[in-house]
Design a protein around this ligand. Sequence first.
Ligand code: GDP
Length: 304
Amino acid sequence: PAGRLERLRGRLSRSRSALGQGLLGLLGAGDLDEDSWEEVEDTLLLADLGGATTTEIVERLRERLASRAVRDAEGARAVLRDVLIDALHPDMDRSVRALPHQGAPAVVLIVGVNGTGKTTTVGKLARVLVAEGHKVLLGAADTFRAAAVEQLTTWGERVGAETVRGREGADPAAVAFDAVKRGVESGVDAVLLDTAGRLHTKTGLMDELGKVKRVVEKQAEVDEVLLVLDATTGQNGLTQARVFSEVVDVTGIVLTKLDGTAKGGIVFQVQRELGVPVKLVGLGEGADDLAPFEPAAFVDALLG
Ligand code: GDP
């Protein structure tokens, strides 16, 4: 819908001017010399598309613009649009598996480094599911940060979802176990588990998340493991993401804070490097600022 695209455009305004307008300005000028192609490359790199994606996109742009003998801005825009959408693997399944099966609730683990927006994402996702008529339970398994537990409880109250919490410093796996148990007993449709994101050591993280997953699986299947990534952290975020994806089987990415960055290109890189679909994007701090990731709509918003 047009209204939604307008909103997306508004939220991506900084990425738009960095990427969309920059590229369209260059490509719309007709035959490009080597210097101009270098500028195209720089624009992509500055928008955080990463070296490999940039090379691939530039190659495709050159080929297609030449083979179609594109001369005008309109034609260049269409080619650019196609190439960018292709680079996002538009045929990947991006649905969030959050519906119950065989009487048991769907279980969604939300993982990621602290500060990336995990708790906020749990709240926003709960709101979407509740609005669709589902009964949702939140598990505050991020027990290392007292504030996280409070924050999640507040989200629960706001969106109409019960929150199961443990004492501060409680074993995250124990809280996760209790939350899923409670979810099964009370017949909810989905249990969303907020986990701790201490990236102290890889083995520590592995032990912690592994244990959470194991105890949950004693009662219900884990349907989704969503990795939350802060779009503003660039390469650093990507490095962290790699560690997480080695530790747990990540099934989808939530890219947060896309509203606050001129580096929307990180979406391309995340998707390419992790081989996991970006399923949701965070476009603000509010309850309604979570959107499904749709490659074509995203590219249209970027190009303005
Ligand atoms: P956690 O430590 O990973 O659980 O992170 P939080 O959920 O507490 O979020 C950290 C900060 O980022 C909070 O101030 C959130 O309001 C903010 N935040 C989360 N998602 C977004 C987003 O999509 N856009 C913006 N602008 N801020 C966000």
